[in-house]
Design a protein around this ligand. Structure first.
Ligand SMILES: Cc1cc2nc3c(=O)[nH]c(=O)nc-3n(C[C@H](O)[C@H](O)[C@H](O)COP(=O)(O)O)c2cc1C
Length: 212
């Protein structure tokens, strides 16, 4: 099958992209509302895009009434946010936190989750999530209807038990959920495999022939 993405209807385009570009990591994001309460929502148009400085980006669409989603609004108004990476145990709460609650109603409280202070940003982080990336807002890039948010990761939290004596992350320790097609499909990273070191150009050299 071949699809002309420019002329496809918006919904069909979305369904294809989100069903085929998989698995997508899920940024489970806390931000601060005007009244200081904490907003929580998942975003799977998300990834880490750079290392120096460490950069993450996510793509919030508009709400159906054409205004920015609460996460986007809060980041623009307050300048920081925390991205959490959830594992299977938190999957149901990740999905539930996507409910369209009125602005100012905290999904954290509605779901009975708990907060703790972050180290370097004012937005608190979720106690329940094993991985948290404290981020400062960098910029948005607008491409058509997409307003893509870029953040700089200033502090990263992960459980000490995932690291060996030399401080290296033990492969397989982090388990995350990823998003597949909607509605409601997810995967885990429970099956992981290792292909050894990166190949060098030498591994593509044809064996040289000697003799006739
Ligand atoms: C797993 C998951 C991933 C999602 N990813 C996105 C996304 O990348 N962009 C987006 O605009 N909405 C996404 N949504 C929908 C938002 O989470 C939803 O609109 C939510 O109400 C936004 O909350 P907020 O207004 O508090 O930011 C996703 C929903 C789920 C369940």
């Amino acid at each position: 099958m071949q699809f002309d993405m420019e002329h496809l209807e918006e919904d069909a385009r979305y369904r294809l992209l989100t069903a085929l570009v998989i698995p997508r990591p899920i940024a489970w994001i806390t931000t601060r509302n005007d009244d200081g309460s904490v907003n929580l929502a998942p975003y799977s148009f998300f990834n880490v895009l750079g290392n120096t400085p460490p950069i993450v980006a996510f793509g919030p669409s508009e709400k159906s009434d054409g205004v920015r989603k609460d996460t986007a609004r809060n980041i623009l108004e307050r300048g920081d946010f925390v991205v959490h990476i959830a594992d299977r145990e938190l999957a149901e709460q990740v999905q539930k936190s996507a409910a369209r609650l009125p602005y100012g109603v905290s999904e954290v409280e509605a779901l009975g989750l708990n907060l703790m202070p972050s180290t370097t940003v004012a937005t608190p982080r979720l106690k329940e999530a094993k991985v948290a990336l404290e981020c400062t807002f960098e910029k948005t890039v607008v491409l058509g209807d997409n307003e893509i948010f870029f953040g700089r990761v200033v502090t990263l939290h992960a459980p000490p038990s995932w690291f060996d004596g030399e401080g290296r992350l033990v492969p397989g320790s982090p388990q995350a959920i990823g998003r597949l097609q909607g509605p409601g499909w997810y995967c885990t990273t429970s099956e992981q495999f290792n292909l050894g070191p990166m190949p060098s150009a030498k591994s593509f050299e044809k064996p040289s022939r000697t003799g006739p």
